[in-house]
Design a protein around this ligand. Structure first.
Ligand code: OOG
Ligand code: MG
Length: 256
């Protein structure tokens, strides 16, 4: 089985919303590097169609998230234009067993690259920070995977919504920004920016470093989703999910 063939298999399951058996149960010896290669081939397939890369996402950047999925390192994925919701409504059509999580998105005004990038470089390159909700949807049965599986599946990326209001990077201490997530009016998760690698800026640093290992960089104008601040929650038809970010307002996502 070639990496290309595995990427095609994942493409079919992502686009048909049919779950599949973990790759690691079926193919021996896949490395994490192979998995990122599969992810890249999978994304190229979308981009050969009408899609384009608009940013990157870090995942499993909080202990809570790592523990809930049993994978103990941070990962990254690609964000494509087709994943962005332009209004705070998500349809369950095309999704298997989606979950949502609150995130902070960094939007860059300058490219970022290289293994030696520092938080200072990230601040110099950041235009604004925006609150976001990510909808993740693993293509694997029971939302269960190993590191290699989830990386190949583009870090479970499915959809995301970025709120309309941008904030200055210097307006808040982002690690102290608290988040409350409610599902149909009931508080289901709470957290703070510090859950993301101590401070979400570290997530952007990590994203740049990981990309530099494969000769890539983040372009100006792109966004980086820095990782779930709380654990992700399952969503169901008719749900309304409200995420309150301390001092920066709330996002309300309805599930159709
Ligand atoms: C992997 C994707 C995790 C995050 O923000 O931690 C992620 C998963 O949990 O399925 O997007
Ligand atoms: Mg996420």
């Amino acid at each position: 089985m070639t990496l290309e063939a595995i990427a095609n298999e994942l493409y079919d399951h992502q686009t048909s919303a049919e779950e599949l058996e973990k790759l690691t149960l079926r193919y021996d010896g896949l490395s994490v590097e192979d998995a990122y290669q599969i992810q890249a081939l999978l994304m190229e397939r979308y981009m050969r169609g009408n899609d384009r890369l608009i940013g990157w996402k870090m995942g499993l950047t909080s202990k809570a998230k790592q523990q809930s999925v049993g994978v103990d390192e941070a990962i990254y994925g690609h964000l494509l234009k087709s994943m962005e919701l332009d209004s705070p409504e998500v349809s369950l059509q095309g999704l298997i067993h989606p979950r949502v999580e609150p995130e902070l998105a960094f939007v860059l005004k300058r490219p970022l690259e290289g293994p030696d990038v520092t938080p200072r470089d990230v601040w110099l390159a950041t235009e604004c920070i925006m609150p976001a909700i990510e909808v993740i949807d693993s293509r694997y049965k029971n939302f269960s995977f190993t590191l290699v599986d989830v990386v190949a599946d583009n870090a479970s990326s499915a959809k995301f919504y970025v709120g309309p209001q941008a904030f200055s990077p210097y307006q808040f201490q982002w690690e102290n920004v608290g988040v409350v997530m409610k599902q149909n009016g009931v508080v289901v998760q709470t957290g703070a920016g510090a859950a993301v690698l101590g401070h979400p800026v570290h997530s952007v640093v990590e994203q740049v470093r990981m990309l530099s290992r494969v000769g890539k960089r983040i372009e100006a104008g792109m966004l980086v989703l820095t990782g779930g601040i709380t654990e992700a929650i399952h969503i169901y038809e008719g749900d309304s999910v409200c995420v309150e970010f301390d001092g920066i307002g709330e996002l309300n996502l309805s599930v159709r």
